[in-house]
Design a protein around this ligand. Structure first.
Ligand code: DGL
Length: 269
């Protein structure tokens, strides 16, 4: 199986936290990112709508010749993985299973899960974690204001801290030992979140966990494809359904480096 052109899908900017980890762990692959910035947020939408948008965007990525799709968005992973698997003939990897496994591996016996309204409502993390580890206690909490705070760039701000305290203090008193960040944006709030949860709670990031799982699946075959020119510079291409300067500015903070090949596409959904 060759995996040298990886599609990464997110509702907008947040999947760049997953892409950042993938770029670090999988040095040879081309990465084609699609952010559905015209329709973000997905986290407030119904399952039906999230599935509809995700299928449309995934088909676009397939038309760009990807040989694997990473659904970097937790909300899209929560709702659309079965529909994608039923329709697409390439490996589809979401973030739920890898995040759940990482939380269990961290030794979590009382796991807190935070995510968007739509992800938490789906109860996908409870179902996945309980299937893997039936005795684990789970407490899930939607933190809808975290997404706009991150998009505002207020990663370490007093307003963010007040909001985080409001969402998380009862999780802290409930005595969880592990907190799973079940949304692409939340890794950028790790500092504030750790401060509130205290040093004894392990923070597990589904972006990191997913990239590690993909790297384990596909390395080293990338270097071995006969059609791959040795030492060819890889392509990193960004497609967005709405391209703004704000995306580029904030995206570079998420990604940790410059975005050069960036294009707007109209999917006419
Ligand atoms: N990417 C989404 C997620 O991980 C967060 C942003 C949104 O609501 O679309 O759930």
């Amino acid at each position: 199986m060759k995996h040298n052109r990886i599609g990464v899908f997110d509702s907008g900017i947040g999947g760049l936290t997953v892409l950042r980890e993938l770029l670090a762990l999988i040095p040879g692959a081309d990465m084609i990112y699609f952010g559905d910035t015209a329709r973000v947020p997905y986290g407030t939408k119904s399952s039906k709508t999230v599935i509809h948008y995700t299928l449309r965007c995934a088909n676009f990525l397939v038309s760009k010749g990807i040989d694997m799709l990473i659904v970097a968005c937790n909300t899209a992973s929560a709702h659309a993985i079965p529909a994608l698997k039923a329709r697409l003939d390439i490996p589809i990897i979401g973030v739920i299973e890898s995040g759940s496994l990482a939380a269990i591996d961290a030794g979590g016996s009382k796991i807190g899960v935070i995510g968007t309204m739509s992800t938490i409502k789906s109860e996908v993390y409870e179902k996945t974690i309980h299937a893997l580890s039936p005795d684990t206690e789970i407490i899930a909490r939607a933190c809808p204001l975290f997404v706009p705070l991150v998009e505002e760039g207020w990663f370490d701000d007093e307003v963010t801290e007040i909001v985080a305290r409001r969402y998380l203090s009862d999780l802290a008193t409930y005595g969880i030992d592990t907190l799973l960040l079940g949304c692409t944006h939340y890794p950028l709030l790790k500092g504030v979140i750790s401060k509130i949860m205290g040093g004894n709670v392990k923070i597990v990031d589904s972006a990191k966990a997913t990239a590690s799982m993909v790297a384990e699946m596909i390395c080293p075959p990338l270097a071995e494809g006969p059609e791959r020119e040795a030492n060819r510079a890889r392509e990193i291409i960004f497609y967005l359904s709405d391209l703004t300067q704000r995306f580029i500015d904030t995206g570079q903070l998420f990604l940790g480096h410059e975005m050069t090949h960036i294009y707007e596409v109209d999917l006419e959904i």
